[in-house]
Design a protein around this ligand. Structure first.
Ligand code: ADE
Length: 417
Protein backbone atom coordinates (compact mmCIF):
# COMPACT_ATOMS: atom_id res chain seq x y z
CA UNK A 1 0.00 0.00 0.00
CA UNK A 2 1.30 3.43 -0.97
CA UNK A 3 -0.29 6.50 0.53
CA UNK A 4 0.31 9.75 2.36
CA UNK A 5 -2.62 10.54 4.65
CA UNK A 6 -2.98 12.18 8.04
CA UNK A 7 -3.51 8.97 10.03
CA UNK A 8 -4.41 5.55 8.63
CA UNK A 9 -6.14 4.70 11.94
CA UNK A 10 -8.85 7.22 11.00
CA UNK A 11 -10.15 4.65 8.49
CA UNK A 12 -12.44 3.29 11.22
CA UNK A 13 -14.31 6.59 11.14
CA UNK A 14 -14.05 6.89 7.36
CA UNK A 15 -15.61 3.56 6.38
CA UNK A 16 -19.13 4.34 7.67
CA UNK A 17 -18.97 7.79 6.05
CA UNK A 18 -18.25 6.22 2.67
CA UNK A 19 -21.02 3.67 3.20
CA UNK A 20 -23.44 6.49 4.05
CA UNK A 21 -22.55 8.28 0.81
CA UNK A 22 -22.82 5.07 -1.19
CA UNK A 23 -26.28 4.36 0.21
CA UNK A 24 -27.37 7.82 -0.98
CA UNK A 25 -25.78 7.65 -4.44
CA UNK A 26 -27.86 4.98 -6.19
CA UNK A 27 -26.98 6.30 -9.64
CA UNK A 28 -23.34 5.42 -8.88
CA UNK A 29 -24.42 1.92 -7.86
CA UNK A 30 -26.07 1.55 -11.28
CA UNK A 31 -22.85 2.65 -12.98
CA UNK A 32 -20.89 0.24 -10.76
CA UNK A 33 -23.10 -2.68 -11.89
CA UNK A 34 -22.48 -1.82 -15.53
CA UNK A 35 -18.74 -1.27 -14.96
CA UNK A 36 -18.31 -4.60 -13.15
CA UNK A 37 -19.86 -6.42 -16.09
CA UNK A 38 -18.04 -4.59 -18.89
CA UNK A 39 -14.79 -3.38 -17.26
CA UNK A 40 -14.47 -0.47 -19.72
CA UNK A 41 -11.52 1.04 -17.80
CA UNK A 42 -9.56 -2.17 -17.49
CA UNK A 43 -5.89 -1.44 -16.76
CA UNK A 44 -6.31 2.32 -17.34
CA UNK A 45 -4.37 4.52 -14.91
CA UNK A 46 -6.51 7.45 -13.79
CA UNK A 47 -5.00 10.41 -11.93
CA UNK A 48 -7.60 12.20 -9.82
CA UNK A 49 -7.24 15.64 -8.27
CA UNK A 50 -10.59 15.98 -6.50
CA UNK A 51 -11.92 17.07 -3.13
CA UNK A 52 -11.31 13.96 -1.04
CA UNK A 53 -14.79 13.49 0.40
CA UNK A 54 -17.05 10.54 1.11
CA UNK A 55 -18.74 11.13 -2.26
CA UNK A 56 -15.40 11.15 -4.09
CA UNK A 57 -14.61 7.84 -2.41
CA UNK A 58 -17.68 6.40 -4.11
CA UNK A 59 -16.48 7.72 -7.47
CA UNK A 60 -13.05 6.17 -6.92
CA UNK A 61 -14.63 2.83 -6.02
CA UNK A 62 -16.76 3.05 -9.18
CA UNK A 63 -13.70 3.65 -11.38
CA UNK A 64 -12.04 0.65 -9.75
CA UNK A 65 -15.17 -1.44 -10.49
CA UNK A 66 -14.56 -0.51 -14.13
CA UNK A 67 -11.05 -1.93 -13.93
CA UNK A 68 -9.14 1.35 -13.49
CA UNK A 69 -6.07 1.91 -11.33
CA UNK A 70 -6.50 5.14 -9.40
CA UNK A 71 -4.10 7.59 -7.75
CA UNK A 72 -5.81 10.42 -5.87
CA UNK A 73 -4.83 13.78 -4.42
CA UNK A 74 -6.95 16.62 -3.04
CA UNK A 75 -8.00 19.61 -5.12
CA UNK A 76 -7.87 22.09 -2.26
CA UNK A 77 -5.56 22.36 0.76
CA UNK A 78 -8.49 22.57 3.18
CA UNK A 79 -11.15 20.21 1.80
CA UNK A 80 -9.83 16.70 2.46
CA UNK A 81 -11.88 14.61 4.88
CA UNK A 82 -9.04 12.78 6.66
CA UNK A 83 -11.11 9.74 7.75
CA UNK A 84 -12.21 9.23 4.14
CA UNK A 85 -8.65 9.52 2.82
CA UNK A 86 -7.60 6.89 5.39
CA UNK A 87 -10.48 4.55 4.46
CA UNK A 88 -9.54 4.72 0.79
CA UNK A 89 -5.85 4.15 1.56
CA UNK A 90 -6.77 1.13 3.64
CA UNK A 91 -8.70 -0.28 0.68
CA UNK A 92 -5.54 -0.07 -1.40
CA UNK A 93 -6.10 3.21 -3.25
CA UNK A 94 -2.94 5.30 -3.64
CA UNK A 95 -4.09 8.46 -1.83
CA UNK A 96 -1.98 11.57 -1.28
CA UNK A 97 -4.17 13.94 0.71
CA UNK A 98 -4.70 15.43 4.13
CA UNK A 99 -6.57 18.45 5.44
CA UNK A 100 -4.71 21.69 6.05
CA UNK A 101 -1.85 21.47 3.60
CA UNK A 102 0.71 24.13 2.81
CA UNK A 103 0.97 25.12 -0.85
CA UNK A 104 4.17 23.04 -1.10
CA UNK A 105 2.46 19.98 0.36
CA UNK A 106 -0.49 20.47 -1.97
CA UNK A 107 1.72 20.47 -5.09
CA UNK A 108 3.82 17.62 -3.69
CA UNK A 109 0.65 15.49 -3.74
CA UNK A 110 -0.19 16.56 -7.29
CA UNK A 111 3.32 15.56 -8.35
CA UNK A 112 2.86 12.18 -6.65
CA UNK A 113 -0.27 11.55 -8.72
CA UNK A 114 1.47 12.65 -11.93
CA UNK A 115 4.31 10.19 -11.19
CA UNK A 116 1.81 7.40 -12.04
CA UNK A 117 1.76 8.73 -15.64
CA UNK A 118 -2.04 8.75 -15.82
CA UNK A 119 -3.76 7.98 -19.14
CA UNK A 120 -6.74 10.00 -17.91
CA UNK A 121 -6.69 13.05 -15.66
CA UNK A 122 -9.74 13.84 -13.54
CA UNK A 123 -9.53 17.36 -12.21
CA UNK A 124 -11.48 19.79 -10.05
CA UNK A 125 -10.03 23.24 -10.70
CA UNK A 126 -7.45 22.24 -13.36
CA UNK A 127 -4.38 22.19 -11.09
CA UNK A 128 -3.50 18.66 -12.24
CA UNK A 129 -3.76 19.54 -15.95
CA UNK A 130 -1.91 22.81 -15.58
CA UNK A 131 0.93 21.16 -13.63
CA UNK A 132 1.12 18.40 -16.27
CA UNK A 133 1.58 21.14 -18.88
CA UNK A 134 4.72 22.52 -17.19
CA UNK A 135 8.21 21.81 -18.54
CA UNK A 136 9.00 18.92 -16.18
CA UNK A 137 6.19 16.77 -17.56
CA UNK A 138 5.13 15.19 -20.81
CA UNK A 139 1.58 14.45 -21.94
CA UNK A 140 2.71 11.38 -23.87
CA UNK A 141 0.26 8.55 -23.32
CA UNK A 142 -2.52 10.80 -22.00
CA UNK A 143 -5.84 9.95 -23.67
CA UNK A 144 -7.72 12.86 -22.20
CA UNK A 145 -9.05 14.49 -19.09
CA UNK A 146 -12.26 15.51 -17.37
CA UNK A 147 -12.94 18.69 -15.42
CA UNK A 148 -15.46 19.01 -12.62
CA UNK A 149 -15.88 22.71 -11.97
CA UNK A 150 -16.66 26.06 -13.62
CA UNK A 151 -13.32 27.60 -12.61
CA UNK A 152 -11.41 24.65 -14.07
CA UNK A 153 -13.35 24.81 -17.34
CA UNK A 154 -12.57 28.55 -17.62
CA UNK A 155 -8.85 27.82 -17.12
CA UNK A 156 -8.90 25.00 -19.67
CA UNK A 157 -10.71 27.13 -22.28
CA UNK A 158 -8.05 29.77 -21.74
CA UNK A 159 -5.34 27.12 -22.28
CA UNK A 160 -7.12 25.93 -25.46
CA UNK A 161 -7.54 29.52 -26.76
CA UNK A 162 -3.85 30.19 -26.21
CA UNK A 163 -2.97 26.96 -28.04
CA UNK A 164 -1.23 25.37 -25.05
CA UNK A 165 -3.73 22.62 -24.19
CA UNK A 166 -2.15 19.39 -25.41
CA UNK A 167 -4.93 16.85 -24.98
CA UNK A 168 -8.75 16.73 -25.06
CA UNK A 169 -10.65 17.51 -21.87
CA UNK A 170 -14.35 16.95 -21.24
CA UNK A 171 -16.08 19.76 -19.34
CA UNK A 172 -18.15 17.66 -16.94
CA UNK A 173 -19.23 20.88 -15.23
CA UNK A 174 -21.17 21.92 -18.31
CA UNK A 175 -23.38 18.81 -18.47
CA UNK A 176 -26.99 19.69 -17.64
CA UNK A 177 -27.11 16.90 -15.08
CA UNK A 178 -24.09 18.50 -13.39
CA UNK A 179 -24.40 22.27 -13.18
CA UNK A 180 -28.20 22.52 -12.95
CA UNK A 181 -28.17 20.40 -9.80
CA UNK A 182 -24.67 20.33 -8.26
CA UNK A 183 -23.87 24.01 -8.81
CA UNK A 184 -27.33 25.24 -7.92
CA UNK A 185 -28.80 22.96 -5.25
CA UNK A 186 -25.51 21.47 -4.05
CA UNK A 187 -23.69 24.78 -3.62
CA UNK A 188 -26.86 26.43 -2.33
CA UNK A 189 -27.31 23.97 0.52
CA UNK A 190 -23.68 23.22 1.35
CA UNK A 191 -22.68 26.89 1.45
CA UNK A 192 -25.40 27.72 3.96
CA UNK A 193 -24.39 24.53 5.83
CA UNK A 194 -20.74 25.70 6.01
CA UNK A 195 -21.72 29.15 7.28
CA UNK A 196 -24.07 27.64 9.88
CA UNK A 197 -21.53 25.13 11.16
CA UNK A 198 -18.86 27.83 11.42
CA UNK A 199 -20.93 30.57 13.03
CA UNK A 200 -24.04 29.00 14.56
CA UNK A 201 -25.80 32.34 13.92
CA UNK A 202 -29.32 33.18 12.78
CA UNK A 203 -29.98 34.03 9.14
CA UNK A 204 -33.58 35.18 9.51
CA UNK A 205 -33.87 38.93 9.26
CA UNK A 206 -30.22 39.41 8.29
CA UNK A 207 -28.86 41.17 5.20
CA UNK A 208 -27.18 38.43 3.19
CA UNK A 209 -25.05 39.57 0.25
CA UNK A 210 -24.36 37.10 -2.57
CA UNK A 211 -21.64 38.20 -4.96
CA UNK A 212 -22.13 36.55 -8.37
CA UNK A 213 -25.40 35.23 -9.82
CA UNK A 214 -24.27 32.22 -11.83
CA UNK A 215 -25.72 28.80 -11.04
CA UNK A 216 -23.91 28.70 -7.68
CA UNK A 217 -24.87 32.26 -6.72
CA UNK A 218 -28.54 31.70 -7.51
CA UNK A 219 -28.54 28.51 -5.44
CA UNK A 220 -27.03 30.32 -2.46
CA UNK A 221 -29.38 33.29 -2.83
CA UNK A 222 -32.46 31.05 -2.93
CA UNK A 223 -31.43 29.02 0.10
CA UNK A 224 -30.55 32.14 2.11
CA UNK A 225 -33.97 33.57 1.24
CA UNK A 226 -35.52 30.30 2.36
CA UNK A 227 -33.89 30.81 5.75
CA UNK A 228 -35.54 34.22 6.05
CA UNK A 229 -32.62 36.45 5.12
CA UNK A 230 -32.99 39.61 3.08
CA UNK A 231 -30.82 38.75 0.09
CA UNK A 232 -28.85 41.29 -1.93
CA UNK A 233 -27.10 40.24 -5.16
CA UNK A 234 -24.02 41.95 -6.62
CA UNK A 235 -23.33 41.29 -10.31
CA UNK A 236 -21.27 42.78 -13.14
CA UNK A 237 -23.22 41.03 -15.92
CA UNK A 238 -26.32 43.07 -16.87
CA UNK A 239 -28.39 40.02 -17.91
CA UNK A 240 -27.70 38.17 -14.68
CA UNK A 241 -28.39 41.33 -12.69
CA UNK A 242 -31.78 41.54 -14.42
CA UNK A 243 -32.47 37.88 -13.70
CA UNK A 244 -31.66 38.40 -10.03
CA UNK A 245 -33.99 41.41 -9.96
CA UNK A 246 -36.87 39.49 -11.51
CA UNK A 247 -36.20 36.53 -9.23
CA UNK A 248 -37.11 39.00 -6.49
CA UNK A 249 -33.68 39.89 -5.06
CA UNK A 250 -32.30 43.37 -4.41
CA UNK A 251 -29.39 44.17 -6.71
CA UNK A 252 -26.74 46.64 -5.64
CA UNK A 253 -23.12 47.46 -6.38
CA UNK A 254 -20.69 45.97 -3.87
CA UNK A 255 -19.78 49.32 -2.37
CA UNK A 256 -23.44 49.91 -1.34
CA UNK A 257 -24.07 46.35 -0.17
CA UNK A 258 -20.87 46.55 1.88
CA UNK A 259 -22.45 49.25 4.05
CA UNK A 260 -25.34 47.13 5.36
CA UNK A 261 -24.58 43.42 4.81
CA UNK A 262 -24.40 41.04 7.77
CA UNK A 263 -23.12 38.09 5.68
CA UNK A 264 -21.12 38.24 2.45
CA UNK A 265 -20.60 35.19 0.23
CA UNK A 266 -18.60 35.26 -2.99
CA UNK A 267 -19.38 32.89 -5.86
CA UNK A 268 -17.97 34.57 -8.96
CA UNK A 269 -14.94 32.51 -10.01
CA UNK A 270 -13.12 35.84 -10.27
CA UNK A 271 -10.43 37.54 -8.24
CA UNK A 272 -10.72 40.37 -5.67
CA UNK A 273 -14.46 40.90 -5.74
CA UNK A 274 -14.37 41.97 -2.09
CA UNK A 275 -11.52 44.43 -1.60
CA UNK A 276 -10.17 46.80 1.02
CA UNK A 277 -12.44 49.66 -0.07
CA UNK A 278 -15.47 47.40 0.58
CA UNK A 279 -14.25 45.87 3.85
CA UNK A 280 -13.55 49.33 5.26
CA UNK A 281 -17.25 50.18 4.81
CA UNK A 282 -18.56 47.05 6.53
CA UNK A 283 -20.56 46.95 9.72
CA UNK A 284 -18.87 45.82 12.89
CA UNK A 285 -19.21 42.03 13.05
CA UNK A 286 -19.78 41.41 9.33
CA UNK A 287 -19.12 37.83 8.27
CA UNK A 288 -17.20 36.99 5.08
CA UNK A 289 -17.13 33.67 3.27
CA UNK A 290 -16.14 32.42 -0.16
CA UNK A 291 -17.86 29.66 -2.08
CA UNK A 292 -15.78 29.92 -5.27
CA UNK A 293 -13.09 27.36 -6.09
CA UNK A 294 -10.02 29.48 -5.28
CA UNK A 295 -9.28 31.67 -2.26
CA UNK A 296 -8.87 34.79 -4.39
CA UNK A 297 -12.39 36.21 -4.36
CA UNK A 298 -11.98 37.97 -1.02
CA UNK A 299 -8.73 39.90 -1.20
CA UNK A 300 -6.86 38.60 1.85
CA UNK A 301 -3.95 40.93 1.10
CA UNK A 302 -6.30 43.92 1.25
CA UNK A 303 -7.89 42.59 4.44
CA UNK A 304 -4.48 42.19 6.08
CA UNK A 305 -3.39 45.66 5.01
CA UNK A 306 -6.26 47.27 6.96
CA UNK A 307 -6.06 44.89 9.94
CA UNK A 308 -4.64 45.76 13.36
CA UNK A 309 -4.84 42.27 14.88
CA UNK A 310 -6.33 38.85 14.14
CA UNK A 311 -7.30 35.82 16.18
CA UNK A 312 -9.22 32.55 15.90
CA UNK A 313 -12.49 32.78 17.78
CA UNK A 314 -14.11 29.46 16.79
CA UNK A 315 -13.14 26.55 14.57
CA UNK A 316 -12.98 27.96 11.03
CA UNK A 317 -13.68 31.54 12.16
CA UNK A 318 -11.03 34.23 12.38
CA UNK A 319 -11.69 37.70 13.75
CA UNK A 320 -9.91 40.64 12.10
CA UNK A 321 -9.81 43.84 14.15
CA UNK A 322 -9.53 46.61 11.62
CA UNK A 323 -7.55 49.81 11.94
CA UNK A 324 -10.86 51.73 11.73
CA UNK A 325 -11.97 50.21 15.05
CA UNK A 326 -14.52 47.77 13.57
CA UNK A 327 -14.09 43.99 13.21
CA UNK A 328 -14.99 41.47 10.52
CA UNK A 329 -14.98 37.67 10.66
CA UNK A 330 -13.54 35.48 7.90
CA UNK A 331 -14.66 31.85 7.55
CA UNK A 332 -12.17 29.12 6.59
CA UNK A 333 -9.41 31.50 5.48
CA UNK A 334 -11.53 32.53 2.49
CA UNK A 335 -11.25 29.02 1.04
CA UNK A 336 -14.36 27.35 -0.29
CA UNK A 337 -16.70 27.42 2.68
CA UNK A 338 -18.88 24.44 1.80
CA UNK A 339 -15.97 22.00 1.82
CA UNK A 340 -13.68 23.64 4.34
CA UNK A 341 -16.39 24.19 6.95
CA UNK A 342 -18.96 21.52 6.00
CA UNK A 343 -18.93 18.27 4.02
CA UNK A 344 -19.42 19.67 0.52
CA UNK A 345 -22.44 18.93 -1.62
CA UNK A 346 -24.84 16.19 -0.54
CA UNK A 347 -24.44 12.74 -2.09
CA UNK A 348 -27.72 12.97 -4.01
CA UNK A 349 -26.34 15.68 -6.30
CA UNK A 350 -22.79 14.32 -6.38
CA UNK A 351 -24.13 11.04 -7.76
CA UNK A 352 -25.09 12.85 -10.96
CA UNK A 353 -21.88 14.85 -11.24
CA UNK A 354 -19.76 11.77 -10.63
CA UNK A 355 -21.78 9.52 -12.95
CA UNK A 356 -20.88 12.06 -15.65
CA UNK A 357 -17.23 11.79 -14.57
CA UNK A 358 -17.17 7.99 -14.69
CA UNK A 359 -19.03 7.75 -18.02
CA UNK A 360 -16.87 10.49 -19.54
CA UNK A 361 -13.75 8.53 -18.53
CA UNK A 362 -15.23 5.49 -20.29
CA UNK A 363 -15.88 7.68 -23.36
CA UNK A 364 -12.25 8.91 -23.37
CA UNK A 365 -10.94 5.34 -23.28
CA UNK A 366 -13.03 4.63 -26.39
CA UNK A 367 -12.58 7.87 -28.31
CA UNK A 368 -9.89 10.03 -26.63
CA UNK A 369 -7.28 9.10 -29.23
CA UNK A 370 -9.48 10.52 -32.01
CA UNK A 371 -10.13 13.86 -30.33
CA UNK A 372 -8.21 17.09 -30.96
CA UNK A 373 -6.76 18.91 -27.93
CA UNK A 374 -9.82 21.00 -27.11
CA UNK A 375 -12.42 21.37 -24.40
CA UNK A 376 -15.45 19.16 -25.17
CA UNK A 377 -19.00 19.03 -23.92
CA UNK A 378 -20.11 15.85 -22.18
CA UNK A 379 -21.69 13.81 -25.01
CA UNK A 380 -25.45 14.33 -24.93
CA UNK A 381 -26.20 10.61 -24.68
CA UNK A 382 -24.22 10.49 -21.40
CA UNK A 383 -26.03 13.52 -19.95
CA UNK A 384 -29.42 12.01 -20.83
CA UNK A 385 -28.43 8.60 -19.52
CA UNK A 386 -27.52 10.17 -16.16
CA UNK A 387 -30.89 11.99 -16.06
CA UNK A 388 -32.79 8.81 -16.96
CA UNK A 389 -30.94 6.79 -14.34
CA UNK A 390 -31.52 9.47 -11.69
CA UNK A 391 -35.26 9.48 -12.43
CA UNK A 392 -35.31 5.67 -12.31
CA UNK A 393 -33.64 5.44 -8.91
CA UNK A 394 -35.97 8.17 -7.62
CA UNK A 395 -38.95 6.14 -8.82
CA UNK A 396 -40.16 8.93 -11.12
CA UNK A 397 -41.86 8.04 -14.40
CA UNK A 398 -42.23 10.44 -17.31
CA UNK A 399 -44.20 10.48 -20.56
CA UNK A 400 -42.78 9.64 -23.97
CA UNK A 401 -43.44 11.65 -27.11
CA UNK A 402 -45.98 9.96 -29.38
CA UNK A 403 -44.96 9.27 -32.99
CA UNK A 404 -47.26 12.10 -34.09
CA UNK A 405 -45.55 14.54 -31.70
CA UNK A 406 -42.08 13.50 -32.85
CA UNK A 407 -43.09 14.05 -36.48
CA UNK A 408 -44.70 17.41 -35.61
CA UNK A 409 -41.51 18.67 -34.00
CA UNK A 410 -39.56 17.85 -37.15
CA UNK A 411 -42.04 19.57 -39.47
CA UNK A 412 -42.52 23.20 -40.50
CA UNK A 413 -45.55 23.03 -42.79
CA UNK A 414 -48.30 23.27 -40.17
CA UNK A 415 -48.81 26.62 -38.46
CA UNK A 416 -52.02 28.49 -37.53
CA UNK A 417 -55.12 26.35 -38.14
N1 ADE B 1 -17.53 19.49 -4.60
C1 ADE B 1 -18.54 19.99 -3.89
N2 ADE B 1 -19.02 19.09 -3.02
C2 ADE B 1 -18.29 17.97 -3.19
C3 ADE B 1 -18.31 16.69 -2.58
N3 ADE B 1 -19.19 16.39 -1.62
N4 ADE B 1 -17.42 15.80 -2.99
C4 ADE B 1 -16.53 16.11 -3.96
N5 ADE B 1 -16.46 17.27 -4.58
C5 ADE B 1 -17.34 18.21 -4.19
Amino acid sequence: MVYEVKDIELSKRGRPLVKWAEDHMPVMLEVQKEFKKEEPLKGVQIGCCLHVTKETAVLVKTLICGGAKVALCGSNPLSTQDPVAAALAEEGVDVYAWRNQSTEEYYHCIEKVLSYKPAITMDDGADLVSTLHTEEYSVEGVLGGTEETTTGVIRLRSMADKGVLEYPVIAVNDANTKHLFDNQYGTGQSTIDGIMRATSLLLAGKDFVVVGYGWCGRGIANRARGMGAHVVVCETDPVRALEATMDGFSVEPMIKAAQHGDFFVTATGNTSVIRGEHIREMRDGAILANSGHFNVEISIDDLLSITRSRKNVRPNVEKFELKNGRSVYLIAEGRLVNLASAEGHPPEVMMMSFANQALSAEYLVGFGRDLAPRVYEVPEHIDRKVARTALKVMGIEIDELTEKQTEYLKSWEKGTT
